[in-house]
Design a protein around this ligand. Structure first.
Ligand code: UDP
Length: 490
């Protein structure tokens, strides 16, 4: 059934680059897939004190370049004031609740055709009562892995059967048909059952169990066992569609973007697979101590490097996650004039061995470059998909959110990376551990490293075909719309 329908979909795009980037890609796929004839994007943001343009502005600019812009309508929801001392997850939940009346108002004032589908992400599912009010189909796009989808759908059951904190359990957490999860690797909202975030998450889980379908940014070969489990009906009846990998396209070298070309020109001069790329994500700040150990570790490894980072702080954390990327140009890189005086001496000593890129590096272009041979990553799911799609093995340094689960997938399930040991007493990863692990994945003579490099290149070829005409992810999206039109008549 490939009949064309007049779908008008509304997308609620939450803040945070790790969400915005895959949502942008989803938008392009929906439009080019021709199942959607009109698209309204609600762009959500948290008020900040900066006069810099919001990331939302970059999204608009990117979309403007898209051929099918005429069917896309962008609505910037008013930035919401959220207390800064709240954790990232709770901030997102608060933001979503505040947005409900604004979105309702926008939809009620829309002229025909009104949207018949609402697509949002995990935290955005808190606005799903809007879809019920306006009789819309409900789709969630998970920008995380399928294992986390299974955990989310199973959490209300865990809440009933598990006594005490999940983190105090002696045994791993079981989800029907899936690999068990070590309590310390659980998704952050589950780490403290007394925290507001846990209660917000339970409500999110309840909403997600009622949606009409879940798109997840993964593909079969990455998470075969979990995808089978999700489709068995033993976890939930909601249909899950693996539509990944949805990642940006790497930009071709352009004379218009000096900073980007500077990094790529430098990579052009290095030997094949000789450079380690280091990034702990779009909104993470390292402690001074950790920057020192990272610099020493890079030096000890003897490898050249490109390191994307922000100025260190006394306390490491993700405080800037929801407003990060304001310096990032939509088309590449902006090396900011950030004060570099706050870096330890060890950082300056290694500068002849590589490039430190302040605030924002052209990650995809770096990973795609033939000189890049490894990625030391915080294991954000987008970073993992990008690394897989470029055939680059990973040194896994998960920090929070779903990153520990992501790290387990790449190290244990598909064998394309090694996880760093964190010194528990200090929460820092030592320089020797960093050096040893980088060498493991990059040194030609390491047998395990060799197997990882071979496997990640195989996955790269599989990933390339996912979105080809009639490729598996393309077909999953088609199936989703066929099913929606059959069951909801939209
Ligand atoms: N990114 C980038 N340059 C940087 C840091 C991050 O282009 O210097 C991009 C990266 O390519 C990815 C996204 O930002 O698409 C980060 O998403 P991810 O899920 O990996 O981590 P998060 O930032 O959400 O923790």
């Amino acid at each position: 059934n490939t009949a064309t329908h007049n779908y008008h979909a509304a997308i609620l795009c939450p803040p945070g680059l790790g969400h915005i980037i895959p949502f942008l890609e989803l938008t392009k796929k929906l439009v080019s897939h021709k199942k959607i004839t009109k698209l309204t994007i609600f762009v959500a943001s948290i008020k900040n004190n900066s006069s810099k343009p919001q990331m939302a502005t970059n999204i608009v600019q990117s979309l403007m370049k898209h051929d099918l812009f005429h069917i896309i309508h962008i609505i910037h929801l008013p930035p919401i004031d959220i207390p800064t001392n709240t954790n990232t997850g709770t901030k997102l939940a608060m933001l979503m609740r505040e947005l409900i009346p604004h979105i309702c108002h926008e939809i009620s004032t829309m002229t025909s055709p009104k949207p018949t589908i609402l697509i949002t992400d995990l935290f955005g599912s808190l606005v799903m009562p809007i879809a019920e009010k306006f009789n819309m189909s409900k789709l969630v796009f998970f920008t995380s892995n399928a294992w986390n989808v299974a955990l989310t759908l199973h959490t209300p059951t865990l809440d009933e059967v598990v006594e005490g904190e999940y983190t105090d359990q002696k045994e791993c957490i079981q989800i029907p048909g899936c690999n068990p999860i070590s309590p310390c690797d659980l998704f952050t909202p589950l780490l403290d059952r007394n925290d507001q975030l846990y209660h917000e998450y339970l409500q999110i889980c309840e909403q997600i169990r009622k949606v009409d379908g879940i798109f997840v940014n993964t593909f079969h070969e990455l998470e075969a066992k979990t995808i089978v489990a999700l489709r068995s009906g033993n976890i939930s009846k909601v249909t899950v569609y693996p539509i990944g990998p949805l990642i940006r396209e790497a930009k071709k070298q352009s004379c218009e973007d000096e900073n980007r070309d500077y990094v790529i020109d430098w990579l052009d001069k290095q030997e094949e697979e000789s450079v380690i790329y280091v990034s702990l994500g779009s909104g993470y700040t390292m402690s001074h101590e950790q920057v020192k150990d990272m610099a020493l570790g890079l030096e000890l490894s003897g490898k050249k490097f490109v390191w994307s980072l922000t100025s260190p702080s006394t306390k490491a954390g993700d405080d800037h996650y929801l407003t990060a990327g304001e310096n990032a140009k939509s088309n590449g890189v902006a090396i900011s004039q950030a004060s570099v005086s706050s870096f330890p001496d060890e950082f300056y000593k290694i500068q002849s061995k590589g490039l430190a890129v302040m605030d924002w590096a052209p990650q995809l272009e770096i990973l795609k470059h033939s000189s890049t041979g490894g990625f030391l990553s915080h294991c954000g799911w987008n970073s993992i998909l990008e690394s897989v799609s470029c055939g680059v093995p990973i040194v896994a340094w998960p920090l929070f959110a779903d990153q520990m689960m992501n790290a387990e997938i790449i190290t244990k399930e598909i064998g394309i990376g090694v996880r760093l040991n964190v010194t528990q007493s200090t929460n820092v990863v030592g320089s020797e551990e960093i050096a040893k692990t980088i060498c493991k994945i990059m040194d030609k003579e390491d047998i395990e490293g060799c197997a990882m490099r071979k496997r990640v290149k195989e996955l790269k070829h599989i990933a390339e075909k996912a979105w080809s005409q009639d490729g598996p992810s393309f077909c999953e999206m088609t199936n989703a719309f066929v099913r929606i039109s059959q069951t909801h008549g939209v």
